[in-house]
Design a protein around this ligand. Structure first.
Ligand code: I24
Ligand code: DGL
Length: 266
């Protein structure tokens, strides 16, 4: 039987990661779990984020996966190290790949990171960046208004520009040349973010970098799905919340048919 790529997220945001995986690895089957019933994770205490993430992973391990992507930045910030040590399959988080690319791209050595409260409070990005380059100059900012902006469907409202400007205001005067979008939702408002920080700042999408890292890891371990000219995939989606609302968003975002199943983790 063909084994899939497991992806966990606190809800629908990780679909940005799923979309990148489908684009970069179109032969791979995806098994996605979105904990929409308990979303958002960003404002939650550390122990709760840990517990909920481990529950999702335990569920996906029953589904025969050959690799796991922790698609939620908040979850990856909290459990990635613990989980990669424990599991035998490769585990990819959304933090390190973005950190590596940022270090590669920056010319001034000054990198800004934005994410949820949980992600920024964990210090995971600073640790990852400093581990790779002790001289990295990092400024971090929690942006708790941005996930609600995207989830209210206002990512193209003119009013969104002002919300993004206010959220990023504390970064004014910081002379970074690279900005890591350390949250699943931020690619959906990258137009507002770019507008705010100006055209000379390079934005790094965690989803894109994580999918790239996944393809390298799968190739290295000889785990890539192969086949002739046909691309034949079956993706599975599980949600702890409303299956129809989840399916609608996923279908619209991914452009493939989605019939999510509801699973209760509690
Ligand atoms: N986008 C997101 N979350 C939502 C939403 C959205 N509603 C409309 N759009 N709701 O995140 C979150 C709460 N729901 C989740 C499902 O169960 C019920 C509760 C961003 C999605 C990232 C892929 C707007 C919207 C959409 C489809 C694609 C993109 C998008 F409907 F922004
Ligand atoms: N998926 C989360 C992240 O990337 C954002 C939504 C949430 O707070 O759960 O950090």
């Amino acid at each position: 039987m063909k084994q899939g790529i497991g992806i966990i997220d606190s809800g629908v945001g990780g679909l940005t990661v799923a979309k990148e995986v489908i684009r970069q690895l179109p032969r791979e089957d995806i098994v996605y779990f979105g904990d929409t019933a308990r979303c958002p994770y960003g404002p939650r205490p550390y122990q709760e984020i840990r517990e909920f993430s481990l529950q999702m992973i335990d569920f996906l391990l029953l589904k025969s996966i050959k690799a796991l992507v922790i698609g939620c930045n908040t979850a990856a910030a909290v459990v990635l190290a613990e989980v990669s040590e424990k599991l035998e399959i490769p585990v990819v988080g959304v933090i390190d790949p973005g950190a590596r690319t940022a270090l590669k791209e920056t010319k001034t050595g000054k990198i800004a990171v934005i994410g949820t409260k949980g992600t920024i409070a964990s210090g995971a990005y600073e640790k990852a960046l400093k581990r790779l380059n002790p001289k990295a100059n990092v400024v971090s900012l929690a942006c708790p208004t941005l996930v609600p902006l995207v989830e209210s469907g206002r990512s193209h409202d003119p009013g969104g520009a002002e919300i993004v400007r206010e959220a990023l205001a504390p970064l004014a005067g910081e002379e970074f040349d690279t900005l890591i979008l350390g949250c699943t939702h931020y690619p959906l408002i990258s137009h507002f973010i770019q507008e705010t920080v100006g055209p000379d700042v390079r934005l790094i999408s965690s989803a894109e970098e994580a999918a790239r890292e996944l393809s390298v890891v799968l190739a290295y371990r000889n785990l890539l799905a192969n086949g002739g000219d046909v691309v034949d995939t079956t993706h599975h989606f599980y949600t702890s919340g409303d299956r129809e609302l989840f399916s609608e968003i996923a279908q619209q975002w991914l452009g493939v048919e989605v019939a999510a199943e509801r699973v209760s983790l509690e």
